[in-house]
Design a protein around this ligand. Structure first.
Ligand code: OGA
Ligand code: MN
Length: 303
């Protein structure tokens, strides 16, 4: 039996049935799954029973794994998860709900902003695969916005103006938006601003995608305030309701999204009351987006 594809909207988000991600997949299923992924940008695999290792093995069908950034785990406690998995829970190493003032809580609040994973790394993330082990009874959804549809809907003059522009992304920029400024010197040095194009082409289907995120702090060649205003305008444009799919989690959902063409953000929930235990595997892109689009950036920007 081959996989079934059940679209959540015509262009963004599809549920995939008749597939067991805990086992090796047939080449035909891998191909069908990838075709659905390039089309829908977000795939939902309900009711999967996965160990951490099986979760990672499935991610490898999409590409090489990225390891989690240590800055997000920079407390003295031992990690709950292996280094290839990002801990997106509200729990500490003893599986207790984090403290109100904990550093990790303040950092992770940045996930409430519209973003695309690891665009603040020179080599950004291609895909993310988030697996729900425990969810709160209310709230804590994840929203996705289609950056291809958002690009298509831009006026022609805006498309022309954005083509070839390069933005600087940094974790410190998005965290500054929520008032988090406590990066150590070593962390800031490890995560300097990186260049990414603002319009990219998705190789599998030739579609153009608007590559913006709250990680952007500056647009090269533009005064800082002007760049910020443009980014805010584009984020507001791209996240209009017609471009958005909201995922309401069930335990054991695995949701995989294409960071090249989707924004996402977590929604509010009572994180000091309910446990929300989510594990993320992340797949690297093939190259920095400027390299992919053959755009030269000055050596100084290309750290
Ligand atoms: C992520 C993320 C949002 C959420 O895992 O990359 O942004 O709803 N998650 O947990
Ligand atoms: Mn994210």
């Amino acid at each position: 039996m081959s996989i079934t594809v059940f679209p959540m909207t015509p262009h963004l988000g599809a549920e995939i049935g008749e597939i067991d991600l805990s086992r090796p997949l047939s080449p035909a299923d891998v191909e069908a799954m990838k075709q659905a992924f390039w089309h829908y940008g977000v795939l939902i695999f309900p009711d999967q029973q996965l160990t951490e290792q099986q979760h990672l093995e499935f991610a490898k069908y999409i590409g090489p794994l990225e390891t989690s950034i240590s800055v997000l785990n920079a407390n003295d406690e031992k990690l709950r998860v292996p280094p290839e998995i990002a801990d997106v829970s509200n729990l500490n190493a003893r599986n207790e709900i984090w403290g109100e003032q904990s550093r990790i809580r303040r950092l992770q609040m940045g996930n409430r902003l519209w973003h695309t994973d690891s665009s603040f790394k020179y080599l950004p993330a291609r895909a993310s695969l988030l697996y729900a082990r425990a969810i709160p009874p209310i709230g804590g959804h994840t929203e996705f916005a289609d950056l291809r549809a958002a690009y298509d809907a831009l006026p022609e003059n805006k498309k022309r103006m954005l083509t070839g522009l390069v933005a600087e992304h940094a974790l410190s920029y998005s965290r500054a938006r929520i008032g988090f400024r406590d990066f150590t010197e070593a962390e800031s040095k490890n995560l300097p601003p990186v260049p990414q194009v603002m319009v990219r082409t998705i190789p599998e289907n030739g579609r153009k995608s608007l590559y913006v995120a709250s990680h952007v702090g500056r647009i090269l060649g533009m005064p800082e305030e002007e760049g910020r205003a443009l980014v805010d305008e584009l984020l507001a444009h791209a996240t209009q309701r017609q471009f958005v799919y909201t995922h309401r989690w069930r335990v054991h959902d695995l949701v995989m999204w294409d960071n090249r063409c989707c924004l996402h953000r977590g929604t509010d929930y009572d994180d000091l009351r309910w446990k929300r235990d989510m594990h993320r595997a992340t797949v690297s892109d093939i190259a920095n987006t400027c390299e992919q689009e053959n755009i030269e950036v000055t050596a100084a920007a290309a750290v």
